[in-house]
Design a protein around this ligand. Structure first.
Ligand code: ATP
Ligand code: MG
Length: 348
């Protein structure tokens, strides 16, 4: 069969280390399950920016368009390039161009990982709206007077944007435990969040098999700490999803375990897979970054490409390693030790 064309953007810092680890594991999975990945590496990063004055070439998006998926390590090197430049020069344009409106993050405790809470059995899929809402960038300084300045920041929720993310949430819930929790703050935000609730109810009517709960963001934050095992799929706006997924990552043991995908449900466009963590300059190039978040993101990519068995096998191999205590705490094992353990479990 034709190999899957993967655009690899290792990026900066530990992005490079964990991308390399991920590709080793994905290639082994591909060999085992009888398919192939054909990666093309793009050196787009802060280093590239310093040399070329842009994070990617002007035709970068055009170049990525024909790939089956994009895999990104991490971008950012704040010591030399402001985060706003790396974000607005690479990540955001890719998400936008390919309509990757669903940011999905699985949160659960891997075998052997303890986490800061007694959260045994929690298994959440957080779906964050990725293109509009509170991060639309609409607003400004409307009054510049001295001592009485006024700044406004307007959240924009469109029918199209809200409906598609909620529908996506229901589709995911159908593939899991059929429970969806919509997170809002409709008691305080009476336009946008009330609209979100309305759309949720409309979509729910088309999908009676899914049980729907509505929760306010504050109550949800408490719930995720007190009883995360009661939750299944969570759908939230850009800002609320941002906050909840950091909480989810913490409960699952930290950034070393937090995987994510930016999904473009339009199958003609590439989706992008990346660990939640950034480039972590403090530990870059020392072979100490935990590659599990990145490898798990790679497993999500295989799943998206339709290689569900290979994806499940990679996750099983990750948990075989963590089950033996490998990589379960920061500093315990090197990147290469963790990768080797996952590889040997996969090949066993
Ligand atoms: P960004 O702004 O790019 O989202 P950030 O500055 O918020 O990122 P990260 O770079 O993700 O944060 O990481 C914060 C710290 O967490 C790092 O400095 C590092 O010490 C630790 N860390 C992050 N990812 C990992 C990992 N995979 N393995 C081990 N430690 C990690
Ligand atoms: Mg950072």
């Amino acid at each position: 069969m034709t190999p899957y064309k993967i655009a690899l953007i290792p990026g900066d810092g530990i992005g490079v280390d964990v991308t390399q680890a991920t590709m080793q594991v994905l290639d082994a999975a591909a060999a085992k399950f009888g398919f192939a990945l054909e990666p093309t590496t793009f050196p787009w990063s802060c280093e590239y920016y310093l040399e070329h004055g842009a994070m990617m070439p002007a035709d970068g998006i055009e170049t990525l368009k024909d790939f089956d998926a994009i895999y990104l390590g991490a971008v950012g090197w704040p010591a030399t390039v402001p985060d706003a430049v790396s974000l607005h020069g690479l990540l955001l344009p890719i998400r936008k161009a390919f309509k990757q409106y669903a940011n999905i993050r699985p949160h659960r405790l891997l075998n052997g990982v303890e986490g800061p809470l007694k959260a045994e059995g929690f298994d959440i899929l957080c779906i964050r709206e990725n293109t509009e809402g509170e991060y639309s960038g609409a607003g400004g300084r409307v009054h510049q007077g001295q001592g009485n300045e006024v700044a406004v920041e307007t959240a924009i929720f469109t029918r199209e944007g809200v409906e598609r993310i909620i529908r996506f949430g229901f589709e995911q819930a159908m593939m899991r435990r059929k429970h969806l929790t919509s997170v809002t703050k409709s008691n305080a935000q009476k336009f946008s969040m009330v609209f979100w609730d309305e759309v949720t109810r409309e979509v729910a009517a088309d999908c009676p098999e899914v049980t729907v709960s509505h929760m306010h963001i504050d109550a949800m934050a408490a719930k995720m700490v007190m009883a995360p095992q009661d939750l299944d799929v969570i759908v939230a706006s850009n800002l609320f999803g941002d906050i909840l997924t950091d909480l989810g990552a913490a409960i699952q043991g930290g950034l070393g375990f937090a995987a994510s995908a930016n999904i473009s449900p339009d199958r003609a466009l590439p989706s992008m897979f990346e660990p939640v963590h950034g480039s972590a300059p403090d530990i870059a190039g020392q072979d100490i970054a935990n590659p599990i978040a990145a490898i798990w993101s790679g497993a999500m990519m295989l799943d998206h490409l339709g290689q569900t068995e290979a994806s499940a096998a990679v996750l099983k191999a990750i948990e075989a390693a963590t089950g033996q205590g490998i990589g379960i705490r920061p500093g315990l094992n090197s990147t290469s030790e963790i990768t080797a353990a996952i590889l040997s479990a996969l090949e066993a």
